[in-house]
Design a protein around this ligand. Structure first.
Ligand code: FAD
Length: 526
C-alpha cells in the first residue's frame, strides 16, 4: 500500500542522517514534512531572541532543502495533540514518522500523539538519531542504571562498538512517487514565522554570529575537519574560555537543533583521525561527543534530572533565595569583569566557551553567590543557542558539585582564572568597553585601582561600574564549609538508605575526577 505520510520535524532539523525521514519515503505517495510551533516548547519565557533567530534560520534552510526535492515544509501552529487529529483527517494520513526524543515532555507528548495516531489508523515509526547510541541500550548494558562516571561510560560504549554510521540524505530519486501537495496559499497557511510574528523585536538583535541551518552546520563541520592538525591535537582543557574568537568548534547549537547529526560529526572525526596520532577521550573531540552521550544517558536513567528535589544523584543543598544577586549575575552586574564579560557575551551572542560556563556557573552556585543551579539552568536555557535540556541540567549539576563531580573545595577564582589565558584582559575590553581604558594590572579588579587611575580610565567603580558583589576570598571559604555540611548530610542520608536506592549508593561511593584532573594524570603518565 502506498502511504500518505507526515514526517514530523522537531529536533533533527536536517535531511542528512535522518532515518525516520527515510522511513517516511518508503512506499510513499504523498509526503507532508511538518514542524509544529508548540506553545509548550516555543514560548517567550524560555526562548531568548537569539535562539528564535537560530530556529527561524534552521526552518528556512530546511524548507529550502526540501524545495530542492520538490517538497516543502509545513509549519503548523498549535498543540501537537490538537493539531494532529485534524491533520490526520485533512490529509488522510496513513503513516507518521519522527526522530525519537528522550526529554520527559517529548516522551509524554509523543505517547499522546502515538495514541491519537492509532485511533486514526495511522502507523507510527520513530528512529533514534539524536544521540550516538540508543541511551536505553547503554543503561541496559550497565545493569539497568545510567553510568555515573565517564570511565564507566567508556567501558560500556566499548562493549557496544562504534556508533552506527549516518544514513545519507534523500535524493530526488528517493522522492520518486512521493509528491508534496502544496496549495497556493501555502505561505500564508504554513509559512515560516517571522520574528515579529513570534513577538520578538528584530531591532534588538546584534550581528548574527551563528546562523541556523543544516547547510551552515555542514559548512562549519567541513571547515573544522580540514584543520587536521587542530582536530588531532584537540584537548579541551587547553582551549581558552576568553579568546576573542571561539577556541572550540561552536557546533553545539547545530547539534542541539539537529541541524548536524552527532553521528555524522563522530564519523567525520574518525576519518580525520584515521592513520594519525590523535588525542583521546575525555579531552579529544570524540571525547566531547561522549560527554554529550554521558549526560543524555544520565538524563534518561535518573529521575527528575533537571531538579534537585527528587533527583537521586543530586546532593541536597540549602541554596539561598536572592533575587538581587541572581539579577546581578544574569545582567552582568556582579562587579567582577571576567564574570560580567562572559554574561554579556552570552546575552549578545548566545554562545560562551565551556570553561567560561564553568566560571559563571561556579560563581553563581557554590563559589560565591550560593544560588541554586536550577536558577542558572533557567537563564542558560533562555540565552544559550545550544540550550539543551539534558546537557544543561547535567553540566549544572557537575559545576555546582551537586552530582558527577565532587571536589567542591576546588573553586574557580573570578579574578585569577581568566588571567591565565588573557593577561591583558582583551576579552573583557571587548565585551565591557566601559572598562577598556583600565591598565592590565587592574582590568580584572578595577575596584583596586587608585582613584586617579579610575578617573583616567573614565570609569569610577561604584558609580559607572559596580563594586564587586562579594568578597570572593571570604565567601568562597564559607561556601566550601556549607558544601561540606551538605556532603556530610548526604553521607548520613545515604548510609541510612543504603539498601533503598541503588543509584544513590553508586553516587556516594564515586569520586569523579574533573577533566583537568584527568589531563594532569595523563601528563604525569607521559
Ligand atoms: P566542542 O568542544 O567543540 O565540542 C563538540 C561537541 O561536543 C559540542 O558541540 C557538544 O555537542 C558536545 N560537548 C562538548 N562539551 C560537552 C559537555 N561538557 N557536555 C555535553 N556535551 C558536550 N552544551 C550544550 O550543548 N547545551 C547546553 O545547554 C549546555 N549547558 C551547559 C551548562 C553548563 C553550566 C556547562 C558548564 C556546560 C554546558 N554545556 C552545554 C556543555 C558545553 O559547554 C558545550 O557543549 C560546549 O561549550 C559547546 O561548544 P562547542 O560546540 O564549541 O564544543
Amino acid at each position: 500500500m502506498a502511504h500518505t505520510c507526515v514526517h514530523w520535524f522537531r529536533k533533527g532539523l536536517r535531511l542528512h542522517d535522518n532515518p525516520a525521514l527515510m522511513a517516511a519515503l518508503r512506499d510513499c505517495k504523498e509526503l507532508y514534512p511538518v514542524f509544529i510551533l508548540d506553545p509548550h516548547l516555543h514560548n517567550n519565557t524560555c526562548v531568548g531572541i537569539n535562539r528564535w533567530r537560530f530556529l527561524v534560520g534552521a526552518l528556512k534552510d530546511l524548507d529550502c532543502s526540501l524545495r530542492g526535492l520538490n517538497s516543502r515544509l509545513f509549519v503548523v501552529r498549535g498543540k501537537p495533540e490538537e493539531v494532529f487529529p485534524e491533520l490526520f483527517d485533512r490529509w488522510k494520513v496513513t503513516k507518521l514518522t519522527y526522530e525519537y526524543d528522550t526529554e520527559p515532555y517529548s516522551l509524554s507528548r509523543d505517547k499522546t500523539v502515538a495514541t491519537l495516531a492509532k485511533e486514526h489508523g495511522v502507523e507510527v515509526i520513530y528512529k533514534i538519531s539524536h544521540t550516538l547510541y540508543d541511551t536505553e541500550r547503554i543503561i541496559e548494558e550497565n545493569s539497568g542504571k545510567a553510568p555515573l562516571t565517564y570511565n564507566r561510560m567508556q567501558v560500556i560504549v566499548k562493549t557496544l562498538g562504534p556508533p552506527k554510521r549516518p544514513v545519507p540524505a534523500p535524493t530526488i530519486e528517493d522522492m520518486q512517487g512521493a509528491m508534496t501537495p502544496c496549495s497556493e496559499n501555502h505561505e500564508k497557511k504554513y509559512g515560516i514565522p517571522t520574528l515579529e510574528e513570534l513577538g520578538q523585536d528584530a531591532a534588538a538583535l546584534g550581528e548574527e554570529q551563528f546562523p541556523g541551518g543544516e547547510q551552515e552546520a555542514l559548512r562549519r563541520l567541513d571547515k573544522h575537519m580540514k584543520r587536521t592538525g587542530w582536530v588531532c591535537s584537540f584537548e579541551k582543557p587547553q582551549t581558552s574560555p576568553n579568546s576573542l574568537s571561539p577556541s572550540t568548534t561552536v557546533l553545539s547549537p547545530y547539534v542541539t537543533f539537529g541541524c548536524l547529526s552527532a553521528r555524522t560529526f563522530w564519523w567525520r572525526l574518525a576519518e580525520v583521525y584515521q592513520g594519525k596520532k590523535h588525542s583521546s577521550p575525555p579531552v579529544s573531540l570524540h571525547g566531547q561527543l561522549l560527554w554529550r552521550e554521558f549526560f543524555y544517558t544520565a538524563s534518561v536513567g535518573i529521575s527528575n534530572f533537571n531538579k534537585m528535589e527528587g533527583n537521586p544523584v543530586c546532593t541536597q543543598v540549602d541554596w539561598d533565595t536572592n533575587p538581587e544577586y541572581l539579577a546581578a549575575w544574569r545582567e552582568a552586574r556582579t562587579g567582577f569583569p571576567f564574570i560580567d564579560a562572559i554574561m554579556t557575551q552570552l546575552r549578545q551572542e548566545g554562545w560562551i566557551h565551556h570553561l567560561a560556563r564553568h566560571a559563571v556557573a561556579c560563581f553563581l552556585t557554590r563559589g560565591d553567590l550560593w544560588i541554586s543551579w536550577e536558577e542558572g539552568q533557567k537563564v542558560f536555557e533562555e540565552l544559550l543557542l545550544d540550550g539543551d535540556w539534558a546537557l544543561n541540567a547535567g553540566n549544572w549539576q557537575w559545576l555546582s558539585a551537586s552530582a558527577f563531580f565532587h571536589q567542591y573545595f576546588r573553586v574557580y577564582s573570578p579574578v585569577a582564572f581568566g588571567k591565565k589565558t588573557d593577561k591583558n584582559g582583551d576579552y573583557i575590553k571587548k565585551y565591557l568597553p566601559l572598562l577598556k581604558k583600565f591598565p592590565a594590572e587592574y582590568i580584572y579588579e578595577p575596584w583596586k585601582a587608585p582613584r586617579s587611575v579610575q578617573q583616567a580610565a573614565g570609569c569610577i567603580v561604584g558609580k559607572d561600574y559596580p563594586q564587586p558583589i562579594a568578597k570572593h576570598e571570604v565567601i568562597s571559604k564559607k561556601n566550601i564549609q556549607r558544601m561540606k555540611l551538605a556532603y556530610a548530610k548526604r553521607s548520613g542520608d545515604s548510609a541510612e538508605s543504603a539498601n533503598k536506592s541503588p543509584v544513590k549508593r553508586q553516587g556516594t561511593k564515586r569520586k569523579a575526577p574533573s577533566v583537568v584532573d584527568m589531563l594532569k594524570k595523563k601528563d604525569r603518565r607521559k
